[in-house]
Design a protein around this ligand. Structure first.
Ligand code: RIB
Ligand code: CA
Length: 313
């Protein structure tokens, strides 16, 4: 029985690959895509979602418009990574379509219609999810799982910041939203840079060339989308598809439950995800674990999934 999934996204190059992975995975019933500001401002996130769905012939998937800014601060997009259009400035057409409705309203309605059955995969800032929790007190008890790409938890040598020295982009974009989600009591699985910065999950220059030559139509789209990105760094990160993989194959990522909170006020540490690793202490001296955090990834299994479901298509 496929998992009912809502994908909450700020497309974004790696988000686009996650959308393609989702629609090409029989383990997933994609009941809707909710959009958020993040890599790009909200209207570009909506536009890019339709551009990707149109490119893969899946305009049947309903799209919803979400938050245009964080709860407190102003949004900060990163054109240098994702290009001015948010998809690496690739030449794929826009589509003149309007979203089916409001993202937060859709999340709340879906979770109340299918209690405990919906997995929400958030691959952008957590603002939409935080708003759903603030509006519907039953939301954390009724949502199935929340899978969140975000954070840097110090569980591996790769678990440090990208947007700041200590904070990961999605969490740094809206730290208050992340704290609301982490503290909500929902079943949260956080996939941070600890595993998505692992070279085993990244596309090397050699592999990118192989994708160009041996990949299918999507493989060539990936190559074109990452033209600028490939000049910026030695490998291409696939942060969002790594996170989504947990909704497809539970064996790819390994999790452990920890107490986690989010720094809100530090001048240099705002948006840092703080994790209690004092496992040697007796329980009454430690904080009570609240979310599951990814500490390892099977890179080979993940890459095989990406080749079978995305790059070779
Ligand atoms: O830090 C990586 C995250 O920030 C990914 O979701 C990427 O798309 C950007 O949103
Ligand atoms: Ca993203």
């Amino acid at each position: 029985m496929p998992n009912k999934i809502i994908l909450d996204t700020d497309p974004g190059i790696d988000d686009a690959l996650a959308i393609i992975l989702a629609v090409n995975s029989p383990e997933i019933e994609l009941i809707g895509i909710t959009t958020t500001y993040g890599n790009v401002e909200i209207e570009k996130a909506v536009r890019n979602t339709f551009r990707i769905l149109n490119f893969i012939g899946r305009l049947d998937v309903p799209v919803y418009r979400g938050a245009y800014k964080p709860i407190i601060e102003e949004p900060h997009t990163i054109d240098v990574i994702h290009g001015s259009d948010g998809l690496g400035d690739i030449d794929i057409p826009a589509v003149d379509m309007e979203p089916a409705g409001d993202a937060v309203e859709f999340m709340i309605k879906a979770v109340n219609m299918y209690p405990h059955e919906i997995t929400i995969v958030s691959i952008g800032p957590l603002t939409n999810l935080a708003l759903a929790i603030l509006i519907d007190p039953e939301f954390p008890n009724k949502v199935g799982k929340i899978i969140s790409m975000g954070g840097a938890f110090g569980l591996t040598p790769y678990g440090y910041g990208n947007d700041t020295p200590v904070a990961e982009f999605n969490i740094y974009s809206d730290p208050e939203a992340a704290k609301i989600v982490y503290d909500s009591g929902a079943e949260v699985y956080a996939i941070g840079l600890d595993v998505t910065n692992n070279p085993k999950t990244m596309v090397s220059p050699e592999e990118r060339e192989k994708i160009r030559v041996e990949g299918g139509r999507i493989g060539k789209l990936f190559y074109e989308m990452t033209r600028s990105l490939a000049k910026l760094s030695h490998g291409i990160h696939l942060h969002d598809p790594v996170a989504l993989s947990y909704a497809i194959d539970r064996e790819i990522l390994s999790f452990k439950k920890y107490w986690v909170t989010v720094e809100l006020v530090g001048r240099y540490t705002r948006g840092q995800t703080i994790l209690d690793r004092r496992e040697g202490l007796p329980g009454f001296l430690r904080e009570t674990p609240n979310i599951y955090v990814a500490y390892d990834v099977d890179g080979d299994a993940f890459k095989k999934l990406m080749w079978n479901r995305v790059f070779s298509r």
